[in-house]
Design a protein around this ligand. Structure first.
Ligand code: SAM
Length: 303
């Protein structure tokens, strides 16, 4: 009987060892995704088991319509890109220690939604939350669809919440964040980003206009900020596009007369394009001259 108990304990021990070594996140059964991650491991962009597992468990094909398994940034929509796989890997490696204990994260310029999902998968517990924001409403919708393809539970349980917002202001109503991931570049780090980072939190952000540095910011428990450029990001490696104003943001921040002027400008430009197409030989761009007249008329009537 003792032998049987000993044998059973041995088997139990073996089973728990096997379980401990099993990936928490199942790899996707796609050989192209497997090859891509193998390449990232060989290139030393993926260094840890955590990042490797997460990257094996998300099919990039669900986030990038074009050449998803090539290690380059790719166009997604509305003149925006999904970052290169090696860049995602490097950024997640930088944040992995902080993500492990994080409860709340912010993904600014979520684009495809890939990073929001990766971060949510690296955070532990049922009470975690990733706020993912972008300023293009259709892109936010697309990110939601991308995530829902294989990871709908992250949306249903509200572990990931997607929102339309101007990322240059952070997301004050849900601050502070243990982790802030910034997907677009900035000339200088906005003060609000420091303010919205929780004590003990980390942020990764591409900084610079012509020469960008991927920069890591850490806020100590006492609130002291430490900032360190970790690598330069040059074009061949895929420089980041900047966080900028969308048409909606521009409209929101404009006065009423500026809004009317903007709309008139767009209206006149559309009419001009249409007329130019109809009367093929004529270029009717002088229509644009009507805009200032409209503007003067409007402001005169308005006052
Ligand atoms: C280089 S892409 C990164 C996308 C994402 N990290 C990924 O890999 O799929 C930059 C993103 O920032 C977004 N963006 C640009 N300006 C923004 C702003 N002011 N507020 C929020 N998002 C912005 C763009 O729409 C785009 O999706």
């Amino acid at each position: 009987m003792d032998n049987v108990t000993a044998e059973r304990d041995k088997l139990k021990q073996k089973l728990s060892e096997i379980r401990a070594n099993e990936p928490i996140h199942k790899p996707v059964p796609n050989p192209l995704q497997t090859s891509l991650v193998n390449h990232l491991v060989a290139r030393d962009a993926v260094k840890s088991k955590e990042v490797e597992e997460v990257m094996r468990s998300i099919d990039r094909g669900e986030f990038s319509p074009k050449d998803p398994y090539v290690d380059r940034p790719q166009q997604i929509a509305f003149n925006t890109t999904i970052s290169a796989p090696h860049m995602h890997a490097i950024q997640l490696e930088i944040l992995k220690d902080c993500l492990r204990g994080a409860k709340k994260a912010l993904d600014i310029g979520t684009g495809s939604g890939f990073v929001a999902l990766s971060m949510a998968k690296m955070m532990k517990g049922d009470d975690i939350k990733v706020y993912a924001i972008d300023h293009i409403p259709k892109l936010v919708e697309q990110a939601r669809e991308n995530i829902a393809k294989s990871h709908k539970e992250y949306l249903d349980t509200k572990k990931i919440e997607l929102m339309i917002a101007d990322g240059r202001e952070g997301l004050e109503q849900h601050a502070p964040f243990d982790v802030i991931f910034v997907g677009g570049s900035v000339k200088e780090i906005p003060e609000v980003f420091y303010e919205q980072l929780a004590p003990g939190g980390s942020m990764v952000i591409p900084v610079g206009e012509y020469f960008q540095n991927l920069t890591v910011v850490h806020k100590s428990r006492s609130g002291k900020i430490e900032k360190e450029p970790v690598m330069s990001v040059v074009d061949s490696l895929g420089g980041f596009s900047p966080l900028k104003s969308s048409f909606l943001t521009l409209m929101k921040k404009s006065t009423m007369s500026e809004r009317v002027y903007l709309l008139m400008l767009i209206f006149t430009q559309s009419i001009t394009t249409l007329f130019t197409k109809i009367f093929k030989k004529r270029n009717l761009n002088y229509f644009i001259l009507l805009c200032p007249i409209f503007y003067i008329l409007f402001t005169t009537i308005n006052h």
